[in-house]
Design a protein. Structure first.
Length: 190
């Protein structure tokens, strides 16, 4: 585990993480709870709760310009440029991979919003949620992708997320990452 003596982790306190017992709890939330935490923008929304894709809380991607599949297939993913312990933790604990593709010369009119909702737990336990996404924009494609991280409760949790991208020649990607989690919660997203 990295410590504050490691240059890349000098300003990241990890003590709360190393002194906790990791658990994976999944809560069921309602559409009203989702809406209370959601960004008020016109987007195609995919919702993930405690590390799991929730199709019943998500929008349909049909005719959106985004081809999306959620599956546990990782063989085609590129190796990390700079591997480290939290990246491997996220890779190994993510329940599945979300594959997002925009085909050649396609320009979806609405952004794709990846909404991640994680609940915290009290005590020495630490709820962990891990997300793995891969985006491929074909030649001439243009798209906006927004990653949105929110907390269902004020209690502590640990979120690990990794989004990799393959952006082809003459493709344009606008990527926005928004984290609205509480200060007691640890989120490591790459």
């Amino acid at each position: 585990m990295p410590t504050r003596k490691h240059e890349d982790w000098k300003y990241t306190p990890l003590e709360g993480l190393t002194h906790s017992q990791f658990i994976q709890q999944c809560v069921t939330i309602s559409a009203a709870q989702r809406d209370a935490l959601a960004l008020q923008i016109d987007a195609v929304r995919l919702v993930f709760v405690d590390g799991r894709f929730m199709p019943e809380l998500s929008d349909s991607t049909q005719n959106s310009g985004f081809d999306v599949s959620v599956r546990d297939e990782r063989q085609t993913l590129a190796a990390p440029v700079q591997p480290e312990v939290f990246l491997h933790l996220t890779e190994s604990l993510a329940q599945c991979v979300t594959y997002i593709q925009v085909r050649r010369n396609q320009r979806p009119t609405r952004p794709l919003l990846l909404m991640h909702i994680t609940q915290g737990v009290d005590g020495d336990e630490l709820n962990t949620a891990h997300y793995r996404h891969h985006l491929a924009l074909a030649e001439g494609a243009e798209a906006t992708v927004i990653e949105h991280y929110v907390s269902l409760t004020a209690a502590k949790h640990f979120t690990g997320a990794r989004l990799t991208m393959n952006v082809a020649d003459n493709a344009q990607l606008r990527h926005i990452k928004l984290a609205f989690e509480k200060c007691v919660q640890l989120s490591l997203c790459a």
